[in-house]
Ligand binder design. Structure first.
Ligand SMILES: *Cc1c(COP(=O)(O)O)cnc(C)c1O
Length: 501
């Protein structure tokens, strides 16, 4: 077991942490994100990983990223996390759709791709806390654009030694997403709406971490804050695994040869999912281009094309709400990995906060272009794409997946090589039934929940079990507050000994 402090903040090479400590803390004390200086130096044998089944492959990859844990320890955590939780044994099936492939990441307990990481994170978190010799209770704070919240609630629900508070934008999530969260059971869970958008909620959470730490606000209470957002490396690491499983399946299906590069199109919000693909590439997996797909909130498209990140633009509410983000947290890790210079990253993040924009060097833009391609697709394009995939391939996809599919086709048109692209599918179409029905040209009868039944009847695609009967469950969480009240809310909740009976 190594407890070497091999992780460091993206904003200071002097702020170091062991892998377990990085998972336990979630975010570095200076507001930076914990990262390895490079993921390319781990000596990882990607071909050996590809020869394993999904869970063993996962344990091998996770151990390489978090070497505080032995392979045996990690294997036990992985098995406990995924046992009987997903619809299929391989967790994340890759299916052929036309010339391309769809990597289905939504077969978990809440029908969102975030289940892949959030099934494992609570187990990893408990084990990390133990390794650090800490016996504090962990209080998870999470901001959600819709899917993280439910997946985190489900993952942490009744896990001993943990409590979780989820903040969501009051009008920024779908009816189904909201129902999933406000009906969550469990003694250690709390859900609260914020009057504002996702960026408000996320910034609010980040500020709480900083203020609690600077002013030592939870001193003596035996409580330690942590994060289940993809700013936590423990949240990111499990997502690296499915880039490998998809590659393996594409080789097995004869669609690529072993060693050939494979392109992936990723519907992107906070840049966590696509960064996991970049980490897979650093571990040696023959990843070609990572296609970054955005909706009309196309701040990342502009950045990856020009090197100018500019959040000074209207925040648009779209039919792919989990990607409605103007400040993509994990981009900071990429900036660090590409520059290797925490001072540069610190300066850029300061510009972003103070001026609302920053510009990176031409040399860095060149590096970005060697790994990434970017495009976006607005709501009309998203609906057209859902209708088209259904008509042409009889495949039903959700709005986020449709954005990625559309941008993948833009990418292929720009680079006409005849190779399949793996499109990451991040949610079940039944999480956004109204938008999907409309995309198929069908007018909706009744409310969002009736739309689920209607969509199933028309397409014959079965509704996932966890989304059935959602509107019948009792609402257990009704709090709504302003961003300015978040800190007070958390401190009050932290003091309460019992939340729910
Ligand atoms: C969270 C989410 C995304 C964006 O993933 P990031 O890691 O934040 O880039 C895309 N689609 C869905 C359905 C999501 O829930």
């Amino acid at each position: 077991m190594s407890t070497r402090k091999i992780y460091q903040s993206t904003r200071s090479a002097l702020l170091t942490a062991s892998p377990a400590q990085a998972v336990m803390e979630g975010i570095a004390p200076d507001g930076g994100l914990y990262t390895l200086p490079s993921f390319a130096d781990t000596g990882f044998d990607y071909q050996a990983a590809l020869s394993l089944d999904t869970l063993d492959m996962g344990a091998m990859i996770m151990t390489a990223l978090l070497p505080d844990f032995t392979l045996d320890e990690m294997t036990a955590l992985v098995r406990a996390a995924y046992r009987n939780k997903f619809e299929t044994a391989d967790l994340t099936p890759t299916v052929t759709v036309g010339e391309d492939a769809v990597l289905e990441l939504f077969r978990g307990p809440t029908s969102a791709f975030k289940d892949v990481a959030l099934s494992l994170l609570p187990h990893l978190m408990r084990a990390s806390v133990k390794k650090c010799g800490c016996d504090d209770e962990i209080l998870i704070l999470t901001a959600t654009s819709g899917d993280t919240g439910k997946a985190a609630l489900e993952g942490f629900c009744d896990v001993p030694g943990t409590r979780i508070i989820v903040f969501y934008p009051e009008n920024g999530v779908s009816a189904v997403q909201k129902a999933q969260m406000v009906t969550q059971t469990g003694k250690n869970v709390c859900v609260c709406a914020i009057r504002g958008n996702f960026d408000d909620a996320q910034t609010g959470v980040k500020n709480i971490f900083l203020q609690v730490q600077e002013q030592n606000l939870l001193a003596g209470q035996g409580i330690r804050l942590s994060s289940a957002n993809s700013i936590n490396i423990g949240r990111l690491a499990p997502q690296v695994v499915y880039y490998f499983t998809a590659y393996k399946e594409m080789v097995a299906a004869g669609r690529i040869r072993m060693g050939e590069t494979l392109d992936y199109a990723v519907p992107t919000g906070n840049f966590g999912d696509i960064l996991a693909g970049y980490i897979a590439k650093q571990l040696g997996l023959p990843v070609g281009t990572l296609v970054c797909a955005s909706n009309a909130n196309n701040v990342l498209t502009d950045f990856l094309q020009t090197g100018c990140y500019d959040r000074r633009r209207p925040f648009l509410l779209t039919i792919s709400p989990s990607m409605d983000i103007l400040v993509s947290s994990n981009l900071e890790r990429l900036l660090y990995l590409l520059t290797g210079d925490a001072d540069i990253v610190k300066g850029l993040m300061q510009d972003l906060q103070e001026k609302g924009h920053y510009q990176v060097s031409d040399a860095l833009v060149k590096k970005l272009h060697s790994d990434f391609w970017a495009g976006f697709c607005d709501d009309d394009g998203t609906r057209d794409t859902i209708g088209q995939i259904w008509r042409e391939h009889h495949y039903l996809c959700d709005t986020h997946t449709a954005v990625a599919w559309n941008v993948a086709q833009q990418y292929k048109a720009a680079r006409p090589a005849h190779r399949p692209v793996v499109v990451l599918s991040t949610a079940s179409p039944y999480k956004f039934p109204e938008a999907v029905l409309r995309s198929l040209g069908i007018s909706q009868e009744g409310n969002g929940f009736a739309a689920i039944a209607q969509l199933e009847k028309i397409t014959g695609v079965p509704v996932p079990q966890n989304l059935r009967g959602l509107d019948q469950r009792p609402v257990l969480h009704r709090d709504v507050i302003d961003q300015a009240e978040m800190l007070k809310y958390v401190l009050k909740k932290a003091e309460e000994k019992q939340w729910n009976k």
